[in-house]
Design a protein around this ligand. Structure first.
Ligand code: HEC
Ligand code: HEC
Ligand code: HEC
Ligand code: HEC
Ligand code: HEC
Ligand code: HEC
Ligand code: HEC
Length: 402
């Protein structure tokens, strides 16, 4: 009994000192005391940090303050008509943005944009209700510069009840939880485990940040602050030491679809871990229907380039700190690094001059395809619009032979 009491006192004391220490550090990362937060990396990794600021990864989720939210409010295309009596209008009120439902000209509901998902092709937003987030019925699509139904939402009546599952955040943010953790992330116990089906706003770490991909780095940052003369990385997983499957898994975690069996939360994945301990796909890897949206890994895996080269991975073509380049010629250089001495047949050479061909490998061998997973409807239209992305299945397409 006495032992327990002493133990209890010690625990309280440790907790007290731990919190003092954190207060002097100012920033407490809700993932645990072994995390330092992206801001702390700037001082030593300015290059990676500046690149990342512009990247879709860091912007994958963000608070819905103006500047982060796409689309027109109050003027231009900002109204969606469901039927002659029902419309949804994008409105700015004070500093906040809303989707406001009108029936016969009268306001019936207004929901505030709170968190945005995405920015490159499309942006969907959520509002808070009972400590959870719900998707707003309209999303913004860059391809049409307009609002249209959020994927899977009806176009004939407004729908406000789609709760955003944790999965969305597990691929689009660095943390959400029902509780803040004030010990190391790998010491989480029943008191700090994330068990309730609510989101504590204070635990949100927006976007995919440095430590989401590199793992907790507080010890690393502290070591190098104390030892500025040491130029060899300490206390951090180096991607260079990972094998091919580990490197692939670190990206496939979020780029290999979401139709399998989940064993552990994606949030707990650290570089070097095996994806198969977190998530197992139940689909045949040779399935020909993998969607171009969210499935880059499995499409790439079906390419001869991948199967026969034994070294292709995502980093072959992408700098993870940067957006995919709009300059397709830069990818051609990467193709040519493995395909020197390449000869197309005469029929192909007739379709395009040599120099154009040389710069456009991707146009023919990774063509744009429509997604079957994502479709949307614009106001006053019965027709479904397509969402189009480039496939990662590198191959010879019949369309090439025109
Ligand atoms: C006080 C300086 C300092 C801070 C702060 C710092 N680092 Fe580093 N980091 C270094 C040094 C020095 C190296 C080794 C040289 C290099 O690769 O740049 C390094 C290397 C790295 C590497 C490459 C490891 C490898 O071997 O491939 C990663 C990844 C990294 N740091 C991530 C981070 C992250 C994430 C943060 C913020 C949470 C951070 N660092 C904060 C100094 C720092
Ligand atoms: C935690 C989940 C997660 C991990 C891990 C992850 N990604 Fe992503 N990635 C995303 C999401 C979500 C987006 C879409 C972000 C958006 O547009 O809002 C994205 C976007 C991208 C893009 C497109 C960027 C652009 O705008 O052109 C590339 C390229 C990419 N990821 C490559 C990688 C690579 C390479 C790795 C592994 C080193 C990786 N990702 C790891 C979730 C992840
Ligand atoms: C989407 C995952 C992802 C994110 C987010 C990310 N990194 Fe990296 N980082 C990587 C990968 C993968 C490599 C290895 C690249 C290689 O070997 O070519 C890397 C390499 C590095 C390196 C080694 C030097 C280099 O550039 O190759 C440093 C330093 C680094 N990252 C720091 C950061 C910092 C700081 C942030 C946040 C501002 C960050 N990273 C965000 C995946 C990521
Ligand atoms: C398994 C990981 C994963 C899950 C789960 C996931 N996404 Fe994504 N999402 C991605 C990736 C990767 C991309 C970007 C590349 C692509 O479209 O293939 C993306 C793209 C998006 C985009 C377009 C971003 C842009 O900048 O154009 C939006 C919006 C989005 N997701 C919202 C959601 C919502 C809402 C949910 C939950 C209902 C969700 N996602 C679930 C991985 C995921
Ligand atoms: C890491 C090396 C590597 C890179 C990078 C690479 N490839 Fe390949 N690619 C290969 C190998 C190896 C093969 C198989 C050749 C064989 O079958 O003999 C191949 C096969 C192909 C094929 C034939 C596919 C089929 O189904 O018959 C095409 C087309 C192709 N690559 C185009 C590209 C394009 C376009 C790029 C750039 C976007 C690219 N490759 C990048 C290594 C690579
Ligand atoms: C052989 C080169 C190559 C490899 C390998 C590769 N990609 Fe890509 N990726 C591209 C090209 C080309 C684009 C299209 C860029 C564009 O259209 O601007 C692209 C675009 C993307 C996008 C953005 C989709 C969009 O349209 O916005 C994501 C996400 C992405 N890649 C993720 C990955 C992931 C994850 C891996 C590894 C599983 C990977 N890529 C491997 C060449 C490659
Ligand atoms: C106009 C569309 C087009 C462009 C651009 C193009 N290809 Fe091709 N490619 C084809 C077609 C069609 C074939 C199959 C017939 C042939 O071999 O000419 C092919 C075949 C291939 C093959 C398989 C050859 C074999 O012997 O098996 C490879 C590898 C390849 N292309 C790589 C590339 C690379 C790398 C680039 C950029 C430098 C590129 N292609 C640009 C259309 C194109």
């Amino acid at each position: 009994m006495k032992k327990t009491r002493i133990l209890f006192a010690v625990v309280i004391l440790i907790a007290f000192f731990a919190s003092c220490k954190n207060e002097s550090d100012n920033y407490i990362d809700p993932r645990g005391t072994d995390y330092a937060g992206s801001e702390s990396c700037i001082q030593c990794h300015q290059v990676q940090y500046n690149m990342s600021l512009q990247s879709s990864h860091l912007k994958a989720t963000a608070p819905a303050i103006s500047g982060n939210v796409l689309g027109n409010f109050d003027k231009g295309n900002h109204t969606f008509i469901y039927d002659k009596d029902t419309k949804l209008v994008m409105e700015k009120r004070n500093d906040s943005l809303y989707q406001v439902l009108y029936k016969n000209g009268k306001e019936v509901q207004a929901h505030r944009f709170e968190i945005v998902f995405g920015s490159k092709h499309a942006q969907t937003s959520v509002y808070w209700r009972n400590n959870n987030t719900y998707e707003l019925p309209l999303s913004y699509y860059n391809a049409i510069n307009n609002w249209a139904t959020s994927p899977g939402f009806p176009a004939d009546k407004p729908y406000f009840d789609r709760k955003i599952e944790r999965d969305c955040y597990a691929c689009h943010s660095s943390n959400i939880s029902s509780r803040s953790v004030n010990q190391k992330s790998d010491e989480v116990n029943f008191l700090s485990a994330d068990v309730e089906d609510v989101i504590n706003k204070k635990t949100i770490v927006y976007g995919i940040d440095c430590e989401r991909c590199h793992g907790p780095a507080k010890k690393h940052a502290e070591f190098h602050l104390k030892n500025p003369d040491i130029k060899v990385a300490n206390s951090i997983v180096s991607y260079k030491t990972l094998n091919r499957q580990q490197k692939l898994d670190a990206c496939a975690l979020c780029h290999a679809g979401n139709d399998g069996m989940k064993m552990k939360s994606r949030f707990d994945f650290k570089p070097g871990d095996n994806l198969s301990e977190f998530y197992r796909s139940t689909r045949d890897p040779n399935d020909t229907t993998f969607d171009v949206h969210g499935n880059q890994f499995r499409l790439m895996s079906q390419s001869k380039c991948f199967i026969k080269s034994e070294k292709m991975d995502c980093i072959t073509c992408h700098n993870p700190h940067e957006n995919a380049s709009k300059n397709l010629a830069s990818y051609s250089k990467i193709c040519m690094s493995c395909h020197q001495g390449l000869k197309h047949n005469d029929t192909t050479l007739k379709t395009m001059s040599g120099s154009l061909l040389a710069n456009n490998c991707v146009e023919c061998h990774m063509p744009k395809k429509m997604s079957n997973a994502i479709k949307f409807q614009i106001s006053n239209s019965k027709q479904m619009s397509n969402y189009i992305l480039r496939t990662h299945k590198i191959g010879i397409y019949s369309g090439n032979k025109k």
